[in-house]
Design a protein around this ligand. Sequence first.
Ligand code: AMP
Ligand code: FES
Ligand code: ZN
Length: 294
Amino acid sequence: MKCVRCKKQAEVELKSHNAAFCRDCFLYFFENQVLKAIKSFRMFTKKDKILVAVSGGKDSLTLWNVLLDLGYNADGLFVHLGIEGFSDIAKGKVERFAKERNAKLIVVNLKDEGIPIPEVKKKTRRVVCSLCGQIKRYYFNMVGLKEGYDVLATGHNLDDEVSRLFSNVLHWKMEYLVDQSPVLPSEEGLLKKVKPLCRVTEYETSVYAFFKGLDFVDIECPYSKGATFTMYKKHLNQIEFSSPGTKIDFYQGFLKNLKPILEKREEKIKNRCKICGYPTFSDVCSVCRLKGYT
Ligand code: AMP
Ligand code: FES
Ligand code: ZN
C-alpha cells in the first residue's frame, strides 16, 4: 500500500477517508483535521488564551501536543481527583509532559477543595462518575474564568462524540442533545468550551500518540463509567467497518440538520448558584451542595 500523499510505503490505512499514509503524511493529515475543526467551528485563534483540560490520558495529551505544535497559546489544567493508585500516576504523566514542552500547568487538588472523589463516593448513592464529571467541569470553568482564559478545550474525540450522540438519540435525551456540540459559546458565568479532536477517531488519536511517542496513563479509573459507552463504541465500530465514513456522517449530519432545530427550542438556564454564581437549575449548585453549603 502506498501513501496517497507522497507515494512512499504507507503505515496507516484510513478507510473512512479512503486513504493510506506514511508516518509523516499521517501526522500532517491528523494536524490538518484538528485545524479544520478549530477553524470551521471558530473555536479559537492564535490570539486566544487556551486552557486545555488534561487528564494524563492519550486524548488530552495528544490535544495539548497538537495545539503547542501548531503554535497556539495553550496551558494545561489537571484536576487531581484524589483516587489512590490512579490520580498520582496521571499527575506524574501530565507534569512530565508540561516540563518537557516547557508549558504552563495548573493543578487543582480535590482534597484541598474538601471533595476528593473517594469521599464524594461515600456520600452519594448516585453513580460517582457523573458527579465526578460535574465536579471536573465546575473546576474547568471556574479556573478558566478566574485565570483569564478565553476558552477551555477538552480531548473528546469523534468516537466519544458519536457514542454519546448515539446514546442520547436512543434514549431521546433532549436536554443533552441540545448541549452536544464541539463548541459551547461563553455566556454569563460560563467559559467557552471546545472539542478540537471532534473530527479524529480514537484509533487515529492512538496512532498519533504512538508516532509522537507520548507517554500517557493507560489504566482506567477504578470507578470507570462502566460498559455502556464502550458497548456503543463497539457497535458503532462494527457499523463503521461495514460502511466506512458512517461515524463522521452521523455526527456532522446531526450538527448540520438537527442541532439548529433543537437550539431554537432550547430553554436557557437562568438561575445562578447563590453561593458561587455557577449556572444551575436550583438555588445552590451541586458542587456547593457537596461542600455542605445548603
Ligand atoms: P472523560 O470524561 O474522562 O472521557 O474525559 C474527557 C475529557 O475531560 C478529557 O479528554 C480531558 O480533556 C478532560 N479530563 C478528564 N479528566 C480530567 C482531569 N482529571 N483533569 C483535567 N482534565 C480532565
Ligand atoms: Fe471520575 Fe473515574 S474519572 S470517577
Ligand atoms: Zn506520505
